[in-house]
Design a binder for this molecule. Structure first.
Ligand SMILES: Cc1cc2nc3c(=O)[nH]c(=O)nc-3n(C[C@H](O)[C@H](O)[C@H](O)COP(=O)(O)O)c2cc1C
Ligand SMILES: Nc1ncnc2c1ncn2[C@@H]1O[C@H](COP(=O)(O)OP(=O)(O)O)[C@@H](O)[C@H]1O
Length: 310
């Protein structure tokens, strides 16, 4: 898969089939659409192109600072990599881009830059300045500029929308199993291991504190989870605390993991944790000693869970 930082840097001239969208989560519903894109490309001897935008249009247009996404950009790239697309364009969504008229966007980008011969798009897709144009307009443009429009039906799109919303809702209540079943892979959080308050090791539970790579990443509900990570190519299981650590007077949200049967320095290393199941909600204990007892129980829960699952 070739990657491009903007439509302008896409120099490929081959005729293409294009789909456009955010594809947050790259979940099982998205995969069905993307596989259709790849299959169409093969059938019609076209290059497959996914045109996606970053930052998310809502962040730019509605200044929606609170929008939370299932994937960071680098996670999305990694997931898309596995699908077999020919080209991924991550076009910067700016105010000036949003002001392109429908005809400018179709002619200058889809036709002249991407050489689109086919566009696979949702029945309710809108585009151009003020989202003025719809799929009927796109089909009209197709007659002028020589491309076909293949519509993703309401039913197909409903499946996708429903699963994105369901994934977000599930993560917000700590229902990892539901999120993972819609995603088709374990929900992940990645970042770099940074120093914390160094209290962990004093209660025999050192925790690798994750500093996230993006502020818009959706984080599951505060609580304690069973997780796994690949560390030096080995799967290591762990228990992760997501929350503000009220017992030790914490304020900021942290994501920290105690790895089972593991004793190595992880500072400054990249780390990706994959969520397996929720153990319990975050609690405020009367003492650090009581917290330690609770974490021992969490560890016991995790070991039993991992030993008995299929
Ligand atoms: C499995 C696990 C469960 C935890 N549960 C809670 C909790 O319920 N309440 C809380 O205040 N802190 C909880 N913590 C966070 C501890 O307060 C934190 O790990 C400790 O303060 C060490 O912080 P440090 O890494 O900055 O040294 C938990 C930590 C782990 C590893
Ligand atoms: N089993 C383990 N799980 C997590 N971190 C571990 C483990 N063993 C050693 N470490 C190391 O210990 C560090 C955490 O120690 P801790 O006392 O909690 O300090 P800090 O507050 O700086 O995170 C981790 O970042 C990692 O480098």
């Amino acid at each position: 898969m070739n990657e491009y930082k903007s439509a302008a840097s896409y120099t490929n001239k081959r005729p293409s089939v294009v789909t456009i969208g955010t594809f947050d989560g790259v979940h099982i519903g998205h995969k069905a659409i993307l596989q259709k894109l790849v299959a169409t490309a093969q059938k019609d001897n076209l290059d497959s192109v996914l045109l996606t935008f970053f930052p998310h249009p809502r962040m730019v247009l509605q200044k929606d600072a609170n929008i939370k996404l299932i994937n960071t950009l680098s996670e999305k790239k990694e997931l898309l990599q596995q699908i077999g697309l020919d080209h991924l364009i991550i076009h910067p969504f700016t105010q000036s881009f949003s002001r392109l008229t429908a005809v400018e966007y179709v002619r200058d980008i889809l036709v002249n830059k991407l050489n689109a011969k086919k566009i696979i798009i949702g029945y309710d897709h809108r585009f151009g300045r003020n989202r003025n144009a719809d799929i009927t307009d796109l089909k009209e443009f197709g007659k002028t500029y020589g491309f076909e429009v293949e519509e993703i039906t309401a039913q197909e799109l409903d499946d996708v929308a429903v699963s994105s919303t369901k994934i977000r809702k599930a993560l917000n209540v700590g229902d990892i199993e539901t999120a993972n079943s819609y995603l088709g892979y374990p929900f992940m959080v990645s970042g770099t291991v940074v120093k914390g308050k160094a209290i962990g090791r004093t209660i025999d539970f050192p925790t690798a504190n994750l500093q996230l790579e993006e502020t818009h990443k959706l984080i599951p509900k505060d609580g304690v989870y069973v997780v796994q990570a690949a560390i030096q190519n080995k799967i290591i299981y762990g228990i992760t605390s997501v929350g503000t650590n009220p017992t030790v007077g914490g304020k900021d949200k942290t994501i920290e993991t105690y790895f089972l049967d593991f004793n190595e320095d992880l500072y400054d290393q990249p780390l990706k944790i994959e969520f397996i199941t929720h153990i319990r909600d975050e609690e405020t204990f009367n003492s650090v000693e009581a917290l330690k007892v609770a974490i021992q129980k969490d560890e016991h829960f995790a070991r039993t869970y991992l030993a008995t699952r299929e």
